[in-house]
Design a protein around this ligand. Structure first.
Ligand code: SF4
Ligand code: SF4
Length: 373
């Protein structure tokens, strides 16, 4: 492994500490949002054929409005704020928005198509305190569906590898026979070679619903997940994506509107980008009653939902409510028997905080160290 410069190592340690604190708070306080997506601008500089989350006319949301939304999310006890779009780098004050998230003791993450990244832009995001950036790459060569191709974005990945002090994840997409699964393999290999984490998404329709994969697509998803994915990625694959890849429904409770919030460019809270209008309440009026109601609201779109960030948030609640049962389900062998063993560190943590006779002691100690309030 390549040694990191000291400043990067210190920053990474600090980031892991804060991530652990968000995790601990999420487990401790079920009525606080874990992750909120905020849209600072709906306009995008690209026009991917499958996307329903952009236009080419919107002006950036006034900075004061975005900062007000960040402050409101902080008051609700939100753990992670993700700037999304459209293309969030088109907002002229994105650095100030990121800095406000960090100043509010929340984790700041960004989802971008990467086209506007330069070394100087990356340095500015470093200075603003960005924690994590996700960039999606859809194919090797641009086509009529997507211009988010490795050919165009490889230079941006190299700039990130050289300058980013934040974590970078490259998301590759498989699905619906629209693109060659080998593209996803190639992109994933390139991303790993540059030292980035890789996630794989299954393409969805305009309602966030599954478009089943063919056999090659399924094999590609499993192969990418089996190569160096984090424990949580493997768990998420086993819990949700393995079924979806086979066209099977998932049995789960979507906690959108409670543990996950989608705050659109107009400042309204929706379940997610695919279910705008539900509930469609202004964030400044969104409160504990709304969080409680949506936590318990059954979402009819859940069985074939492909919205990965909401799956992950739901996993935290499964873990909080029934740690042993959740781990058993996450690490159940699939039809091929792959990726099924519960990792040693997870076993130790489960014993310390969930099943061991001193779990109350360990929990109190961890909350004290992490400053959980
Ligand atoms: S880059 Fe992202 S926001 Fe823009 S059109 Fe493509 S998928 Fe949509
Ligand atoms: S199940 Fe939840 S995250 Fe998925 S589409 Fe429906 S509301 Fe959105």
């Amino acid at each position: 492994m390549t040694a990191l410069p000291l400043s990067r190592s210190v920053r990474r340690f600090h980031r892991r500490f804060r991530q652990a604190r968000v995790l601990a708070r999420a487990l401790r306080f079920p009525h606080r949002p874990v992750n909120a997506h905020v849209i600072p601008v709906r306009r995008c500089n690209l026009a991917c054929a499958y996307c329903n989350e952009y236009d080419d006319v919107s002006r950036p949301v006034p900075t004061a409005d975005v900062l007000g939304r960040i402050d409101r999310l902080a008051r609700l006890g939100t753990g992670i704020v993700t700037m999304s779009g459209g293309e969030p780098l088109l907002h002229p004050d994105l650095d100030a928005i990121v800095a406000r998230v960090r100043a509010s003791d929340m984790i700041a993450t960004l989802i971008t198509n990467g086209y506007l990244l330069t070394a100087r832009r990356i340095e500015r995001l470093n200075r603003a305190g960005l924690d994590h950036l996700q960039i999606s790459i859809d194919n090797v060569l641009p086509d009529e569906v997507s211009k988010k191709s490795l050919k165009v974005l490889d230079a941006k990945l190299q700039a990130l590898a050289g300058h980013a002090e934040f974590d970078v994840t490259v998301n590759v997409v498989v699905g619906a026979g629209r693109r060659d699964p080998d593209d996803a393999r190639l992109v994933a290999g390139r991303a790993r070679a540059l030292g980035f984490a890789v996630t794989v998404g299954i393409i969805h329709d305009h309602g966030g619903q599954l478009l089943p994969l063919d056999e090659r697509g399924r094999r590609t998803v499993e192969e990418i997940v089996s190569h160096g994915a984090s424990t949580f990625d493997v768990a998420s694959y086993n819990r949700f994506q393995r079924n979806l890849a086979r066209g099977q429904p998932n049995d789960w409770r979507c906690r959108a509107g409670a543990r996950y919030l989608y705050v659109c460019e107009d400042g309204l809270v929706h379940w997610c980008s695919q279910q705008r209008g539900r509930p469609g309440i202004p964030l400044e009026r969104y409160g504990r009653d709304d969080l409680d109601r949506e936590y318990h609201t059954t979402k009819p779109c859940a069985p074939f939902c492909t919205v990965g960030c909401v799956h992950r948030v739901a996993q935290l609640d499964e873990l909080r409510e029934d740690p042993v049962g959740a781990l058993g389900e996450w690490f159940t062998p699939g039809p091929d028997g792959a990726a099924a063993r519960i990792p040693g560190t997870v076993r130790v943590l489960t014993w310390m905080f969930a099943t061991g006779s001193h779990r109350a002691l360990f929990r109190r100690a961890a909350e004290r160290v992490l400053g959980i309030r």
